[in-house]
Design a protein around this ligand. Structure first.
Ligand SMILES: Nc1ncnc2c1ncn2[C@@H]1O[C@H](COP(=O)(O)OP(=O)(O)O)[C@@H](O)[C@H]1O
Ligand SMILES: [Mg+2]
Length: 143
């Protein structure tokens, strides 16, 4: 099952912390369709949404941020963040985020007729389309 493989940066955690992180990974892995591995988070595909679990300390900072900022503007020329919920589970921040289908510049232009300037400001252009067609950033943690 290659699409369910993930790694945790074990050296970042205390033995107790590692146990908590591992347990959280197992819990969501068993219910997910697929795991998508990021630099700081392992992301479980739950269908309409994803669950982001920190795999290292930077992932904790990223989750804290992504789960806390939001904006609800309807203007495609302004940066838009995916909708999130933040849950603290045993002192770890877990992010629930709406599903965003990653899109390349070409796909964005094909669909919208232009590429908004803010896309360039998102690290590695990690943006895509939500189910309702909004173009959203899905990876905007500070680390
Ligand atoms: N909201 C989302 N919808 C669909 N896939 C996502 C979403 N957020 C992240 N992913 C997938 O999970 C991977 C890792 O998530 P990401 O936010 O980039 O974590 P990291 O900051 O640790 O790199 C992404 O490259 C992407 O494939
Ligand atoms: Mg990423």
């Amino acid at each position: 099952m290659h699409d369910k493989e993930y790694y945790i940066d074990e050296a970042d955690f205390s033995p107790e912390g590692l146990e908590i992180v591992s347990r959280l990974h197992q819990r969501f892995s068993s219910r997910s369709r697929q795991v998508l591995c990021g630099r700081n988070r392992n992301v479980f595909n739950m269908g309409r949404y994803v669950v982001k679990i920190p795999k290292n300390l930077d992932g904790i900072a990223d989750n804290d941020w992504e789960g806390s900022v939001s904006n609800g503007n309807d203007d495609p020329h302004e940066i838009r963040y995916a909708r999130t919920r933040l849950a603290w589970v045993e002192e770890l921040p877990i992010v629930f985020m709406e599903w965003v289908e990653p899109a390349t510049s070409i796909e964005i232009i094909q669909r919208m007729g232009f590429e908004p300037d803010w896309v360039m400001s998102v690290d590695c252009g990690q943006v895509g389309f939500a189910r309702d067609g909004r173009l959203l950033a899905y990876d905007y943690g500070p680390r």
